[in-house]
Design a protein around this ligand. Sequence first.
Ligand code: HEC
Ligand code: HEC
Length: 483
Amino acid sequence: MKSKNLIIGAVAGTILGVGSAGQAMAAEELTPIEKLGKNVFFDNISIPGNKQGCYSCHDPAKGWILPNSAINNTTVVAPGAAPHALGNIKPPANGYASFSPPFRSGSFGFIPPWEGGNFWDGRAEGCGATGGACPAAVPAGGVSETITLSDIPSSKQADYEKYLGPTADQALNPFPNAVEQNIREKNVCQRVKTAKYKGLYEDAFDQAIDCSPDPQLPVGQRAYHKSFKLIALSLAAWQASSDVNSFSSTRDKALVEDPDHKFPLTGFTDKENFGHDLFYGRNDSGQNTGGPGGRAKAARCNACHNGVPQGEPADPAGEAPHQLYTDNRYHHIGVPFNRQIPGVAKGEKIGLKAHVIADSINPGEFRTPTLRNVAKGLGANFKKAYTHNGWFKSVESLVHFYNTRDVADIPGNNLGLKRCEDLTPPIINATEKEALQNNCWPTSEFPNPAVFIVGNLGLTPEEEDALVAYLKTFSDEFTPAKP
Ligand code: HEC
Ligand code: HEC
């Protein structure tokens, strides 16, 4: 497959301009295929009609997640278009998801050997980008259908091959899903064919959209199915554009404007620079917090939340323009069961193990989410939910969890922390609120979470605070508007 850096090669050179309203805007003009994807993303293509579009669960103004504070704060999962339809896992951000490579296994030392794909469990594998097969896909559970080069009209294959991959495969899923847009492929095709933006399809693919039902043919050869795949490809194209991946956060700007483009950044506060040092276990800010050798303590976030697009040089110091804050690999950080999600039983959402059936995989491994935009859109009236089941309601409490998760197991620890199940009376399946009120952490939903890396970091409250301040510099200033 062609390297993704073809796409971001253009983004790398992007200078963010300032619009007349003073709002930051991406300078890139979108191509027809990107424009088509953007229009489809913001179109309410669903049954019942006009109820739901991709943006309903992935709002750019909120960092591409569910824009419903009340739900984020309680049941977490998104309602579908159909009445009473409910999802069963938290909508992750789709921003920066297109940088995840096709799903594969590899050898990464002590790190579990699976990486890439889209979805929390990687089942949108994107193997169409690698010639139709994921090299090491061993006995698989649910896997998404894939889009391959032969699905693209031959005159456009050279231009659009770069859009094949996990995010293209992902886009095949939300429309027909009964708990999402709940609409058949044929009807999606019809809708695009009659939409105001219908001309963009022909501009993008040099052919008219064909929604013929072709009942005599196998599904894979029917005209509407082929058109549906190209609509999904257009969604992937837009999601790979600078509209969705603008790299326009405070961190990105301060890095560009810094005289030597290295930390500590002159555009950062001391606290933000210090947060960076903790995240990467460095002491550029010269603050001695009593870590080994007088270095800043290592919060070790970079063990998993560090990575760059394929083909770009590794970035161990967190100073690359396209730092993604994810390794796109699978880890088990010990998230508690969330009893507030309707219809999901304890032990049910096992993550990667539902996708790849292998003894070596522990239940509870999920793909590391990017930290870009984790704090975007937060406010007094807007809360988000964090991790796959949304048990955490703030970045602050999640950082406190990373710092002290395992301290609760140390009898008589100086934080007075306990396991919620060990209190009298015990709290079983505690919510975040109950845990914080009672100074306890529930045991992990699944045994054997990552040890050593997280759990007992020995950070002071000021250090936790600095980490949070650093994460808050990752919010993109640019927000694409609905077309
Ligand atoms: C009803 C809410 C809802 C709608 C509508 C919806 N999504 Fe999602 N989206 C989700 C949920 C939930 C997940 C995670 C599912 C999982 O991992 O099993 C997800 C995952 C994704 C991901 C994967 C991100 C990653 O890093 O793994 C992408 C990309 C995405 N959606 C794009 C879209 C597009 C494009 C559309 C429209 C065609 C869309 N979504 C419509 C809820 C929604
Ligand atoms: C061992 C790998 C690993 C380490 C180390 C790690 N994380 Fe994570 N992080 C993950 C994974 C995996 C998830 C998702 C877990 C889940 O959903 O069950 C996650 C989730 C998050 C989220 C929620 C994002 C979202 O959109 O829901 C934040 C914020 C976060 N981590 C911040 C941090 C910080 C800050 C540190 C350092 C103190 C850190 N992480 C250390 C792997 C790691």
